[in-house]
Design a protein around this ligand. Sequence first.
Ligand SMILES: [Cu+2]
Length: 248
Amino acid sequence: MKNLLLTTALAFTLSAPAFASGTHDGGHDAAKPDDTAVMMIGMPGDRAKVDRTIEVSMSENDDGEMLFEPRELTIATGETIRFNITNMGELEHEFVIDTIDGNAEHKELMAKMDMEHDDPNSIRLDESGTGEIIWTFANEGTFEFACLIPGHYESGMHGPITVGEKQAQAEVILAMADVEYTTGKIKKVDAKAGKVTIIHGPLVNLDMPAMTMVFRADEAMIAKMSEGQNVEFVADRVKGKLTVTEMK
Ligand SMILES: [Cu+2]
């Protein structure tokens, strides 16, 4: 459940304004990406600079579903990924990474004529086939991996690729982590300045030992504080300043 929440939060936090489509304008002949082409989703990556390897499997199940595993991908902006792709099913499948619009356009073309791509952002594998794509995800945004063989997308073969700042991901993960309250005693409240001095225990999330420190707090938080009060609180860096973010 937490995993699901986290993924949702990431997708929500990191979803950039939709990028314009057009990486495949003009169809295959006019704009086939070569090894140097930069697409909205990025560009072929350098084998020597791979940051991470992701195993991807493609298969079908008895219910007629066609599946990718994993079902979604979260990648840091600028990360170079090696996808090790295995077709564990009995049908041919492909793994294509592109914008959602780019895949939709491609899918339409494929519906008219089942063609085999040879683009660096895609790979097509027979039963038991394996292959790899090395890709650098240059831009933030929500993209998609899919199999565009007619009928396969509709049978479940697609999933989101969320590309975002590492920093943002770390912050979300921190925010999602169980917050640990620290006990403290309020020594001084300066409502005008928005500051509060607290004699506090260790602040685990900030890696700080027990001491007496001045924190920022917003108006609503300050209103709940009075000198001499024992509190449990959470502090974090907000715009570079140590700030009381929660209190009970
Ligand atoms: Cu497929």
